[in-house]
Design a protein around this ligand. Structure first.
Ligand code: GLN
Ligand code: ZN
Length: 764
């Protein structure tokens, strides 16, 4: 039995990686030096794993930006617009693909399966692949020469790579496999020649729902690879879910199969135990959670390991994380600012590797040899479990009585609509914005002065009030119909709320890579969630005091808070969502009783929480919708609930979105080229809806005519009297002048549209 790792964070202990990349992009770090700095980080990561005693250390999981982009570049799959002329793609070209340059737009980026990591989407259109540089050989040799580590190279599997790429038709898939197979074969042969005994080939696509024809293609790929590179052994690695086609996958002609035993709903282990595991293969047993941040229940893991030993011989078992550790922060040892009980229960990448090594040691030397470490780990977990933060009787009582909580508003939408019309008397196609106004350097510096204690709370609050006042005046001058206060007191959508709610903690250095050099530091939900004091009432009420125009209250919804945090592992996500929802409901009620009559509960992350397997979608959507409704159902008919989502792949979840029962929804459309609008052709959506009429991601001020075109297109399928006019998303990343200019054009486009559609609306 050996310990193995599948991938380690790239960002460095102190985000040195991010800083080096960004300095290089800013022209402050020459290429030579960038290479040196990244090499130091790369070797440091290897050394850490070596010191921790990990037997099998991955190499080639490091990157200069993203591993899918690396794979595309390795095979010369560089879209024409980058004017690539062959040879090894240089760094300038590599970063142009990731980030765009003056001549060419960047490749798209999208979510890596169901994680919060985003990869670059390769574009294959008509390209011919060829091996440009076998970067795995270089990195394999480097680890050996510099540190004496005989690492296991990691390669993104051919099938997953193609499935994640775009720019080819389904019928062309087979052709692409044929074109790439010899190149993959060559990469493997060169690795074998360099001395690598094993290669880890990641095929996470195997944990999604695949059809027979896909499985046949996979069988062909691995049969050929095995033939063309007989000198190397393949560990075919899956993760993030159970492998449905267990038999077919474990029978593939490879030398080892890696399975996720954490995020599989227990199915992978059951398959191993019930259906057996091929005697000639190695099992990569993904026992330690590669994505969560909690210490493992080591006793439970040892029990699983024992069970596995009944089906697989000991010398064929690798104990490993469930996936790459890319998704967790580097080390919990740095978190000295956290409460000791909480810190003791955390396991980031380094601590997870310690757990893996410990499991192997326990197996080799017996429990006695690890009894102290084991006892400490068990005690640490128990301490958090028994802490008062998880024993709030008010929260537990409410959750126990959940069935009797209202999940439905007192009246149906049609009745509420009338009440709300009478109350608000809004013009046809009301204009509004999504919530945030520019977070200028001034706003950010004020917040940091207050955080550092240079400014008193009073001074900071009065600064925020000044900003609110400025923007209430701007909105008045523009003539918008529903105002917002501007969110100047927040830096992002979750931290502000997490800091005020019980049950949340914030690390000093718990960064994880989100995309490219961008890292996020998710809050940790470790205890029962509860509202201690109003969070947004003061700012909203202040804004409303300056105007007679309605000001929307502005909250982040339960599912978004959940999906953008690390969540405790002793409760289901569903239950934690309800806890958050109940806390938010109190805030909603506090806003309402302070005279705020429109409340927006943002849920930009509902879609990204969708499970990998389709068959699990209904369950997830069901509790996500219930959590949203729980947070909003107690308001009166005349109170208008808004929600907002920033994406356009809406088709498949439109029924769930409608079930949220929000009176008004605003969503992104301007970048989806009408795809979204088309989805309303066969689905009826009867509630208020604002399709973003311009893209806020660009500094360019959109023309009136462009917005008119968007409105016209939307009104082909939606009724003018349900339509709202707003930008795609919040305006926090924009500058003052461009925001005002864009909104001015938006108001003008609205006036034109009103003139044009007034008649249609009155005849409805
Ligand atoms: N209310 C938030 C804002 O305007 C919404 C942001 C989002 O959807 N990502 O910034
Ligand atoms: Zn948005």
């Amino acid at each position: 039995m050996k310990s193995a790792n599948l991938g380690y964070p790239r960002i460095g202990r102190d985000r040195e990686w991010k800083k080096a990349l960004e300095q290089h992009w800013a022209g402050k770090l020459p290429e030579e030096q960038l290479h040196e700095e990244l090499k130091a980080i790369r070797l440091d990561r290897l050394k850490v794993q070596q010191t921790l005693g990990v037997d099998i250390i991955p190499v080639g999981d490091f990157t200069y930006y993203d591993h899918v982009l690396d794979t595309a570049c390795m095979f010369g799959l560089i879209p024409e617009r980058f004017a690539y002329e062959g040879g090894t793609p240089d760094l300038g070209l590599y970063y142009a693909m990731a980030r765009g340059n003056k001549d060419a737009t960047a490749l798209e980026m999208t979510k890596w399966f169901n994680t919060n990591y985003h990869y670059i989407v390769p574009e294959l259109n008509g390209l011919t692949p060829k091996l440009t540089r076998n970067r795995l050989v270089d990195t394999y040799r480097e680890a050996k020469q510099e540190l004496g580590i005989d690492g296991r190279p990691v390669l993104l599997g051919l099938f997953t790579f193609l499935k994640l790429s775009k720019g080819y038709r389904q019928e062309e898939l087979g052709g692409w496999i044929d074109a790439l197979l010899p190149l993959y074969g060559q990469v493997l042969r060169e690795l074998a020649e360099a001395g690598a005994a094993w290669v880890q080939i990641d095929e996470p696509i195997l944990a999604t729902t695949l059809g027979e024809s896909d499985l046949a293609l996979i069988a062909r790929i691995y049969a050929e690879l095995r033939q063309s590179a007989p000198g190397i052994r393949i560990l075919l690695q899956t993760y993030f879910e159970a492998v449905d086609a267990y038999k077919a996958v474990t029978e593939l002609p490879v030398h080892g199969i890696g399975l996720d035993f954490v995020h599989d709903g227990g199915k992978n282990l059951r398959a191993v135990l019930d259906q057996g595991f091929p005697a000639d293969k190695v099992l990569g047993a993904g026992l330690i959670d590669g994505r969560g941040i909690w210490r493992a229940d080591l006793q439970g893991k040892l029990d699983k390991l024992n069970a596995i030993r009944g089906a697989v011989s000991e010398n064929r078992i690798l104990v490993q994380p469930s996936s790459s550790l890319l998704h967790v922060p580097v080390s919990a040892k740095q978190e000295t600012g956290l409460d000791a009980v909480l810190r003791g229960a955390l396991a980031f990448a380094d601590e997870k590797l310690e757990e893996i090594v410990l499991l192997v040691k326990a197996n080799q030397l017996g429990l006695q040899a690890v009894k102290d470490e084991l006892a400490l780990a068990i005690q640490n977990r128990a301490a958090l479990q028994q802490s008062p933060s998880r024993a709030r009787s008010d929260v537990h009582r409410q959750i126990a009585g959940l069935a009797s909580e209202p999940f439905e508003r007192p009246s149906r939408f049609a009745a509420r609509r009338e009440t709300q019309r009478q109350r608000w008397q809004l013009p046809l196609m009301p204009t509004t914005t999504i919530g945030s106004f520019p977070q200028t350097p001034e706003v950010r510096s004020a917040r940091s002065k207050w955080r550092k204690g240079e400014w008193s709370a009073e001074r900071y609050e009065s600064f925020v009030q000044e900003q609110i006042k400025i923007w209430i005046d701007v909105q008045t001058e523009l003539g918008l119909d529903v105002f917002v206060h501007g969110e100047f007191e927040r830096n992002d959508m979750v931290e502000f709320f997490g800091e005020k709610l019980a049950g949340f903690a914030f690390t000093a250095n718990g960064w994880v890579q989100s995309y490219g050099s961008r890292c996020v530091k998710p809050p940790i939900i470790y205890g029962d969630v509860a509202l201690e004091a109003p969070m947004t009432v003061a700012e909203t009420v202040y804004a409303q005091s300056l105007t007679d125009v309605p000001v929307k209250g502005m909250l982040t919804g339960p599912i978004t808070i959940l999906n953008w945090s690390f969540v405790r592992d002793d409760l289901s996500r569903e239950e934690v969502a309800y806890q958050i929802a109940l806390a938010l409901r109190k805030e909603v009620e506090a806003l309402e009783s302070s005279g705020i009559g429109m409340i927006q509960v943002d849920e930009p992350a509902i879609r990204e929480g969708l499970p990998l397997k389709r068959e699990q979608w209904p369950h997830y959507l069901n509790w996500a919708v219930r959590a949203f409704r729980l947070s909003t159902a107690t308001v009166q008919d005349e109170t208008q609930i808004h929600t907002h989502m920033c994406y356009s792949e809406f088709n498949e979840i439109i029924d769930a979105i409608s079930d949220l029962d929000a009176d008004v929804i605003s969503i992104e459309t301007s970048r989806s080229h009408g795809e979204l609008i088309a989805s309303f052709e066969d689905k009826t959506y009867d509630k208020g809806i604002g399709l973003g009429v311009y893209d806020i991601h660009s500094p360019r001020v959109p023309l009136v005519s462009e917005m008119t075109a968007m409105i016209d297109r939307a009104l082909r399928v939606l009724a003018p009297d349900q339509f709202w006019i707003n930008p795609d998303c919040g305006l926090k990343t924009r500058k003052y002048e461009e925001t005002i200019a864009a909104l001015r054009n938006m108001v003008e486009a609205t006036e034109l549209a009103r003139a044009k559609y007034a008649e249609a609306a009155s005849s409805v």
